[in-house]
Ligand binder design. Sequence first.
Ligand code: CP
Length: 287
Amino acid sequence: DTINSILEKSHFYSQNIHNQEKLPTNLNNKIIANLFFENSTRTRYSFEVAAKRLGAGVLNFNEENSSLTKGESLYDTLKTFESLGVDIAIIRHSDDRFINGLRDQFKFSVINAGAGKFEHPSQSLLDLFTIKEEFSTFDNLIVTICGDIKSSRVAKSNVTALGKLGVKVLLTGPEDLLPKSEEIPSHCRIVTLDEAVEISDVVMLLRIQHERHETFELSTTDYNEQYGLNDKRVKMLKKDAIIMHPGPVNRDVEIKSHLVEHSQSRIFKQMENGVYSRMAILDWIYS
Ligand code: CP
């Protein structure tokens, strides 16, 4: 129910902005802090745009210029933002469990903007919104997630959310980067990418997260030939299938560069939808 109400709100904000209607200023007088302890472009700035569109003031924390460099603890940093009167803290951290540990410790609401290799719920909500806008329903859809699934918080959040919506998920990629068979939920199946592209409605590609691997042996060309989207595989797609990628994209690795803006690609549409979905998430906190 929560997912569906956020998707409906995302649609409302998408329509509102496209029709240049006056936006509700539900977050007037609220202060939002973007507290990113790991790099980001899309999530951080789309939350900022979303918050500003809803009338909030936004603080953008920069770890390198902060008093963390003088030895201040993370707890005291967060306590400082609480003391300043921040209403919502949007937090990204490389530790899988850091955000869960914050529950009930501070007066502000916390939004998870990416937790280690564990969860990226706002990305999943914008992905679901992109799929719903395309197909109007989740019934009978097949979604393939391809690539570095083991390291991917996007994959984990999407596998969970798609399962709740009754969607079948195909997982594919290098064997070393796939979850162990006992970790795979019943609505998911491991297949080859060639099998997947022929029957999927959505092909979601993931970045190889080199920063989370000690070694990864395949060259760019070999990776694309074996596990990436290229001219051969794009011709195998169903006519109304869509290509997705949460970004940032390693062009010519998981997808050939010239296919990033292919007519079936929704990669930049996902980024646009990130604003509508994050407006819906901010709004949901006060609903
Ligand atoms: N998709 C995503 O989380 O991108 P950023 O790391 O740029 O926020």
